[in-house]
Design a protein around this ligand. Structure first.
Ligand code: FAD
Length: 179
């Protein structure tokens, strides 16, 4: 869940919103609002989102949203990292100038349009301080691993050993379990 609940001109966070009947409705403390001022599905975990809606059983909350529902912050994140690391895995070892330009532009745009806006703001900040490395597959793969570790640290998760990014995302593990 995005811990960051800072104020943003277009999308303020709040501890209450006004419900349809005009009465103020209290929000869970960590709820991040979207640009429309409503609770943001892709910025919150399903558990936090549904504790506001109170519609789902405990078991469903523990396993995240049903597979045919809009993604929460975790499902969106897992799918997005899969795409991003897979792009690094298929990136050329010696990319041309235009291939380098394409991925640089893609990463810049990705960081601007990522659906969890609080995640996107932090990712843009990371990219401003750590320019994307696109000169080779190895450099790009390691940069992406570091970017992912930055989010892992923020969320209190274990850091990934970036010397193993290729085994995880390109070749499969040396023990052969992916073959
Ligand atoms: C750009 C971006 C920013 C995000 N920002 C936030 C945020 O601010 N707040 C928030 O709550 N969530 C954020 N997320 C989502 C968050 O990173 C996780 O995706 C989500 O919490 C689900 O985590 P997970 O434990 O299932 O595994 P994930 O972190 O999604 O990782 C998926 C798999 O990738 C592998 N892996 C883990 N770390 C690395 C690494 N460093 N390099 C290579 N492979 C690795 C592991 O095998 C892991 O199982 C963000 C996601 C993205 C793409």
């Amino acid at each position: 869940m995005a811990e960051d609940t800072r104020e943003n001109e277009a999308a303020p966070t709040a501890t209450s919103i006004t419900s349809k009947d005009g009465r103020p409705k209290k929000l869970p403390k960590r709820m991040v609002l979207g640009k429309d001022g409503k609770p943001c599905r892709s910025c919150n975990s399903f558990a936090d989102f549904t504790s506001q809606k109170k519609l789902i059983t405990k078991g469903a909350i523990a396993s995240g949203p049903p597979s045919d529902c809009p993604p929460d912050v975790e499902q969106l994140g897992r799918s997005s990292w899969t795409l991003l690391h897979s792009i690094t895995a298929t990136y050329p070892t010696n990319p041309s100038t235009s291939e380098q330009r394409n991925v640089s532009q893609f990463m810049g745009l990705f960081s601007k349009i990522y659906p969890c806006w609080v995640c996107a703001e932090d990712f843009q900040e990371f990219m401003a301080k750590n320019q994307v490395r696109v000169e080779s597959r190895d450099a790009f793969g390691k940069w992406m691993c570091e970017a992912h570790n930055e989010v892992n640290r923020k969320l209190g998760k274990t850091e990934f050993d970036c010397s193993k990014w290729e085994e995880r995302w390109r070749t499969g593990w040396k023990d052969g379990r992916c073959d």
